[in-house]
Design a protein around this ligand. Structure first.
Ligand SMILES: Cc1ncc(COP(=O)(O)O)c(C=O)c1O
Length: 381
């Protein structure tokens, strides 16, 4: 099956007892047992629920993986992965990841003896040297949040395989529609399903996808033992949202390309980063590993001071100033003070998240309206 068919049919078969085309929401915390520990596959929703199973089948199939486990959030999914590590273990992480992922390592797991070293994983030579430090796990985003850096997943996978390092790719920005890290050699895919997979900005969720049976059992255990389960209702909404992932992604990519083209020529724009523009430094890798499309995210720096930048992003009529991304509606974010505010200013600036940087999540509205919104507000600052 192709991805558009899988998104609609896998894990979404009609209900066996009633024939309902849309599987029902199993809003139950517990399940009747016929004798102690004899049941129909579920005993308590923290451990499992039919809605979780349905979405797990869908997500595993979209990522061309064997197994998936769904969680309460993207950070819940990363927490489950970290929970497989132990005191004194080392993790290497991309130096430009979502701020909350840094916070999780630095402010939560550091005190349990885990260390995180960050690196620009676009630089394969440097990474090769770092792997000599014998980390247990390498976690990267590609494209990264917010600088949209692209790492060569296939080349990194070759290295991590040789060094016996678990290679985790956060595929939230690209989505399985544009990129399948497991096919490129990664061991694990992690998602914030809050974003494109759900696509409607109405839930928080996460998922881990892998081909390893052992890791799948560890993920299920972590969900049950730590209490990282989502709500069946939220999961049902993600199953509903994911059906339209392919058509939404096509439109996100088309709109973002048009907006990027407009901004590229605008005199108020100092720098634009969009993986679908040939000006992107890793454009060749984008073409080879992201099905040739650039995604729905744009990062831009204006020729404006910080006061003007803040005024601009608060004045748009269609782009709402808000955290998050990947929904049908366009959003604008100021990483330095919002999504990445938990990273100390010095570190943030070292990696390029400057005060003037603005991140656009381009929605699926009419592109002319989006461009007019940007044009009109830029005229007023
Ligand atoms: C790339 C990426 N990974 C993980 C997360 C965390 O996901 P959640 O907010 O669902 O916990 C985010 C959130 O913005 C993200 O952008």
């Amino acid at each position: 099956m192709n991805i558009s068919t899988k998104a609609i049919h896998l894990g979404q078969t009609p209900d066996q007892t009633t024939g309902a085309i849309t599987p029902p929401i199993y809003l139950t915390s517990t399940y009747k047992q016929t004798a102690p520990n004899k049941h129909f596959g579920y005993d308590y929703t923290r451990a499992g629920n039919p809605n979780f199973t349905n979405l797990e089948q869908t997500l595993a199939s979209l990522e061309n993986g064997k197994y998936a486990t769904v969680f309460s959030s993207g950070l819940g999914a990363v927490t489950a992965l970290i929970s497989t590590l132990k005191n004194k273990d080392l993790v290497i992480g991309g130096n430009d990841m979502y701020g909350g992922t840094f916070r999780l390592f630095g402010q939560v797991f550091k005190k349990f003896g885990l260390s995180l070293i960050t690196a620009d994983t676009q630089n394969i030579k440097k990474l090769k040297n770092l792997l000599k430090k014998r980390p247990q796990m390498l976690i990267i985003e590609s494209p990264t949040n917010p600088l949209l850096k692209i790492s060569n997943i296939g080349a990194i996978a070759e290295l991590t395989r040789r060094h016996g390092v678990l290679f985790v790719v956060d595929n939230t920005f690209a989505t399985p529609y544009l990129q399948n890290p497991l096919d490129l050699g990664a061991d694990v895919v992690v998602h914030s399903t809050t974003k494109y997979l759900n696509g409607h900005s109405d839930i928080i969720g996460g998922a881990v996808i892998t081909n390893s049976k052992l890791l799948k059992s560890r993920m299920d255990f972590a969900r049950k033992a730590i209490g990282l389960n989502p709500s069946p209702f939220d999961v049902w909404l993600i199953s509903r949202g994911v059906k339209t992932l392919p058509i939404r992604m096509d439109k996100h990519c088309q709109n973002a390309f048009l907006v990027a083209k407009f901004l590229e020529k605008h005199p108020s724009v100092k720098k634009i980063i969009y993986p679908g523009l040939s000006s992107h430094p890793q454009y060749e890798i984008v073409k080879s590993q992201m099905r040739g499309l650039g995604g729905g995210m744009i990062t831009v720096e204006f020729n404006l001071n910080i006061r003007q930048t803040k005024k601009l992003i608060s004045s748009f009529q269609i782009f709402s100033l808000a955290e998050s991304l990947g929904g049908v509606e366009s959003l604008v974010d100021h990483p330095a003070s919002m999504t990445h505010g938990s990273i100390p200013k010095k570190e943030r600036e070292k990696i390029g998240i400057k005060d003037g940087l603005v991140r656009l999540s381009v929605g699926i509205e009419d592109p002319t309206d989006l461009i007019n919104d940007l044009r009109e507000q830029l005229l007023k600052v």
